[in-house]
Design a protein around this ligand. Structure first.
Ligand code: ATP
Ligand code: MG
Length: 389
């Protein structure tokens, strides 16, 4: 008897005419996720469910962990394949009853027939299978309203499957179905979460990290790279750019009002990130900002940084509390890396009394003292990237 992985598609099922576009995308994302897993995997799609049959030598546990991170999938479960024959279904059910039930005390059976020619109707299949469960596990009780475990019997074209409750999949829509975005990735807690949220809505991700050597070191860059690598488990490949803002920082410190350092620097970041987005075909920027979290994230401060963006700036964390962002960071596996204590270029030059209600005229006055275009161009000349994932 063979074990399979069943992936129930999420909201792409609702996509009407575009559905085959989304299906193709999702299937290719799943194939990609399984590329590094040992063994061969055969795909069969029907009724909003992708069935993955592994070869005998395949690492099915590894495959299961990988597909749980693929966006576009609502539910993931492991199922048992059997012949389309009631005797075989009964045998497989009886032989695997304990694993199928887990430690549940109540259950119900549910049958799905995509092959309408199968001689038994769904209620009959349920009645027979429910009987098998009770025969083998007299301690179990049927509860059709609120069962702890649902045992599902699916009758497909070529074979039948039996499975217990699935686990929640990664949700969202497949990466690559909503274009490309440039993530401003800092090494903090928020920006990896922001990147994950937008990738979950279907954007392929590129990332840019602004460094300020020698004020920021190799360890900080390494940390950002690790974060980007964790994100590739969800988003697939990421081009991680590094751009040096050392000249910008030093010029700001030498020339401008201290209370505006952070905001002026952030405007340079957004200018550079916008140029990179245009150069590499990204339709928007992503930042980890959350309204009111720090001085540079007040509404006025966001307006000041947005004003130099040439593509839309997405801030998916804008309405989340820090606690909520931390919960997500733990879930996606970036938190422990994010809290490693390496300096960030924002923190190195943080003003003691940052302006929380910046005045645009004053910002422009400060920038008039600078060769903004030259600084941006020289910063972008330091751009170098690695391909991850
Ligand atoms: P994070 O936890 O993501 O660092 P934060 O709360 O520390 O966010 P800031 O340091 O003000 O906030 O930065 C706001 C956003 O600007 C970050 O979420 C990130 O998207 C971007 N950003 C900040 N510093 C950098 C950097 N060195 N390189 C790239 N992007 C950055
Ligand atoms: Mg930060």
């Amino acid at each position: 008897m063979k074990e399979v992985i069943l992936l129930k598609y999420g909201e792409i099922v609702l996509k009407g005419l575009n559905r085959s576009f989304f299906n193709t995308k999702l299937e290719s994302r799943v194939r990609r996720a399984l590329k590094s897993v040992e063994g061969e995997f055969y795909f069969d799609y029907a009724q909003s469910t992708l069935c993955i049959t592994p070869s005998d030598d395949a690492d099915i546990d590894g495959a299961y962990e990988r597909v749980k991170k693929v966006f576009g999938i609502a539910t993931v479960c492991r199922g048992l394949a059997c012949e389309k024959d009631m005797e075989d279904i009964k045998r497989v059910l009886a032989e695997n009853i304990d694993e199928l039930l887990g430690n549940a005390k109540t259950f119900k059976c549910d049958a799905k027939r995509s092959d309408k020619k199968f001689p038994l109707k769904s209620p009959e299949i349920c009645a027979i299978c429910g009987g098998i469960v009770l025969e083998n596990r007299p301690d179990m009780k049927v509860d059709v309203i609120n069962p702890e475990r649902v045992i599902t019997i699916e009758i497909r074209d070529r074979q039948a499957f039996i499975h217990g409750n699935g686990e929640k999949g990664a949700g969202g829509v497949p990466v690559g179905s909503s274009g490309r975005a440039m993530l401003m990735l800092s090494g903090g807690i928020d920006s990896p979460v922001a990147g994950h949220m937008i990738a979950r809505r279907g954007a392929a991700i590129d990332a840019v990290y602004f460094e300020t050597p020698p004020y920021t070191g190799e360890l900080a860059a390494e940390k950002v790279r690790t974060l980007a690598e964790i994100l590739t488990e969800y988003c697939g490949e990421i081009y991680l750019h590094s751009v040096s803002l050392t000249e910008v920082q030093e010029t700001l410190v030498a020339t401008c009002k201290e209370k505006l350092f952070t905001l002026l620097l952030r405007r340079f970041m957004v200018r550079c990130a916008s140029r990179l987005a245009e150069r590499y075909g990204a339709g928007c920027l992503i930042t980890g900002e959350s309204l009111g979290q720090v001085a540079s994230q007040t509404m006025q401060a966001l307006a000041v940084t947005d004003a130099v963006a040439t593509v839309p700036v997405l801030r998916p964390c804008v309405g989340l509390d820090k606690e909520e962002i931390v919960v997500r960071a733990r879930e996606i596996g970036t938190f422990d890396t994010s809290i490693l204590p390496y300096e960030d270029c924002c923190t190195v030059f943080t003003p003691k009394h940052p302006d929380t209600r910046p005045d645009m005229a004053e910002i422009l006055e400060e920038e008039a003292k600078l060769d903004v275009e030259g600084l941006v161009e020289r910063a972008l000349a330091t751009d170098h990237f690695v391909k991850l994932g």
